[in-house]
Design a protein around this ligand. Structure first.
Ligand code: ADP
Ligand code: MG
Length: 260
């Protein structure tokens, strides 16, 4: 028998309701280490909810999610699932970085303090060690020397690059991006996508909810078309974006891009 393939994300039959409204209707998702998965789909289809379930910011109602081979937020004993304590969940969650549409930097903290907070609090690093890592990360996102700036003194594109650096500061196995360029002025989108391209080229495992079809086409290993709380189709970008099988995918693509 061959070894089971290692997966960074393995979601099976994930369901989630808000009140009576089903938002995820049995989602399966596989993400292999080092792969970039772009999730596309209409507004309100459940993409953000899916990401929030992947790092256990939301509890799921059914199915299961494993991150790097381990259940997230739960442990299994004699076939039953038990939710982990908040402290254990926080440690597991630190394996997963998240970048939001709205940057979510701490406005009252300098760039440096934004970058060292989690490594010190969650990973137990020394201040000196965390500051060294922060300097390396600032170089990586092209913002060396901005340690002492406050978020409001930076452009949206710079803030989002800091948010990416902050997500990287705890050395995550997996990075989740929820429409990271949707809140940016058009001329600032490119600098953020360039940082994300570099991360992908460096082998980071990424799940990216995005409307940037050219990014998905160039960078994704897999594109997932999500609609109505389910995966309608998934596959390599040239197939899903170039010759989609489903009418729902074709209709969506014809709305968001001029040419297939
Ligand atoms: P998308 O990111 O694809 O736009 P969302 O995951 O944000 O979709 O939302 C999917 C659906 O779930 C929407 O109908 C939204 O109104 C609803 N929803 C999302 N979060 C909540 C919440 N915390 N409480 C109630 N309904 C929610
Ligand atoms: Mg969303």
């Amino acid at each position: 028998m061959s070894e089971p393939e290692r997966l960074m994300v393995r979601a099976r039959g994930v369901t989630k309701r808000f009140g009576a409204i089903p938002v995820l209707r049995g989602v399966d998702l596989d993400v292999r280490p080092g792969e970039v998965t772009c999730v596309i789909g209409p507004s309100g289809s459940g993409k953000s909810t899916l990401l929030r379930c992947l790092n256990h910011l939301e509890k799921i109602d059914g199915g299961e999610i494993e991150i790097d081979g381990r259940l997230l937020g739960y442990r299994r004993r004699k076939g039953r699932l038990y939710e982990l304590k908040e402290s254990a969940i926080a440690r597991r969650r630190a394996e997963i970085g998240m970048v939001f549409q709205s940057f979510n930097l701490f406005p009252h903290l300098t760039v440096l303090d934004n970058l060292v907070e989690a490594p010190i609090a969650v990973r137990g690093r020394s201040r000196a060690e965390a500051e060294r890592t922060a300097a390396d990360l600032l170089a990586k996102v092209g913002l060396s020397g901005r340690e002492h700036a406050y978020p409001r003194q930076l452009s949206g594109g710079q803030q989002q690059r800091i948010a990416i650096a902050r997500a990287l500061a705890v050395d995550p196995k997996l990075l989740l991006f929820d429409e990271p360029t949707s809140a940016l002025d058009p001329e600032l989108v490119g600098e953020v996508l360039a940082v994300m391209r570099e991360l992908a080229a460096g082998g980071m495992t990424m799940v990216v909810v995005t409307h940037e079809m050219s990014f998905a086409r160039e960078v994704a290993d897999t594109v997932v078309f999500f609609d109505g709380g389910e995966v309608v189709e998934h596959g390599p970008p040239e197939r899903v974006l170039g010759s989609p099988e489903h009418a729902r995918t074709r209709a969506f693509l014809s709305r968001v891009q001029v040419q297939p």
